[in-house]
Design a protein around this ligand. Structure first.
Ligand code: PRP
Length: 218
C-alpha cells in the first residue's frame, strides 16, 4: 500500500498535534516511545509520521517528501509555500507583533531598524503603513537586538508575552494572529484525496470538540 507521509513539527506543539491525530483514529503508538527516532509507521493504517523542525514542515510538504503536515501560519505567511491550506487546528495560538523597549520613541526622519526572522511579514506590514525600514535578519533570541542597540524594534512571535516582559520590552503593534494549520502537497491531494479527506474530517471533528470543551469550561 502507498503510505501517506505526515510531517509533524518537532516539540511541544507537535506532541499536541499528534494527540489530535490519535484521537481522530490515526494513531501510531510507537511515536510515544522515548527515543531519537524521527519516523514512525502504522502499516495497517498506511500512515507514516515524521518529526521535522517546525519551520521546515512546509518545505517537506511543498516538495512532496511529505503528503501533508502541520505548519504555523507564521511560516506560511513568511515563505508562501505552494501548498494547500486545509484546516485551522486552533492550537499553537500566538501572534506576530512589533515590540520595543518601554522608552522607545520612533524617529520618522530615519529608517526604522527592525530585527526579525520574519523579514517578509515585517516588510509587508511596514509597506502597508508607508514606513521605511532596515531589516536585520536574525535566527533566534530576537529580543536581544533592541536591548543591545542592534535594532529599534523587533517583529516576533508573542505567545504569553513573558519573554518580552522579562527583557523590558512591550508590544507596540499587533500584526497578525497565528495558529497551526494542516497543509497538503498539491499533487498528493489530487492522488490521495480519499485518505487526506478522511484525515481533514477526523481532525475537524476534534477541533470542534476541543473548542466546545473550552467554551464549557469558561
Ligand atoms: C519564541 C519567540 C519568543 C517567544 C515568545 O521563541 O521568538 O522569543 O517564543 O513566547 P512568550 O511570549 O510565551 O514568551 P522560540 O522559543 O521559538 O525561540 P527563538 O529564540 O529561537 O525564536
Amino acid at each position: 500500500m502507498d503510505m501517506l507521509n505526515i510531517a509533524l513539527p518537532k516539540g511541544r506543539l507537535g506532541e499536541k498535534v499528534y494527540s489530535m491525530f490519535e484521537a481522530a483514529g490515526f494513531e501510531c503508538p510507537a511515536i510515544k516511545q522515548e527515543n531519537r527516532k524521527l519516523t514512525f509507521e502504522n502499516d495497517s493504517l498506511g500512515i507514516r509520521f515524521f518529526w521535522v523542525k517546525p519551520s521546515d514542515v512546509s518545505i517537506y510538504v511543498e516538495r512532496g517528501a511529505a503528503d501533508i503536515g502541520v505548519a504555523g501560519k507564521d511560516i506560511l505567511l513568511e515563505y508562501k509555500p505552494d501548498v494547500y491550506e486545509l484546516l485551522d487546528l486552533d492550537m499553537g495560538k500566538c501572534k506576530v507583533a512589533v515590540a520595543a523597549p518601554k522608552d522607545f520613541r520612533d524617529n520618522p526622519k530615519r529608517a526604522l531598524k527592525v530585527a526579525t526572522k520574519f523579514g517578509n511579514i515585517a516588510k509587508a506590514h511596514y509597506a502597508s503603513v508607508g514606513r521605511e525600514i532596515d531589516i536585520i535578519h536574525l535566527n533566534g533570541s530576537i529580543e536581544l537586538a533592541p536591548i543591545l542597540g542592534l535594532s529599534d524594534v523587533i517583529v516576533d512571535i508573542v505567545e504569553t508575552g513573558r519573554t518580552l516582559r522579562e527583557n523590558g520590552l512591550e508590544v507596540i503593534e499587533d500584526i497578525v494572529r497565528i495558529s497551526a494549520r494542516l497543509v497538503a502537497n498539491k499533487s498528493s491531494y489530487k492522488f490521495k484525496t480519499d485518505m487526506i479527506d478522511r484525515i481533514i474530517e477526523g481532525l475537524a471533528k476534534e477541533v470542534a470538540l476541543a473548542s466546545k470543551t473550552k467554551k464549557e469550561q469558561i
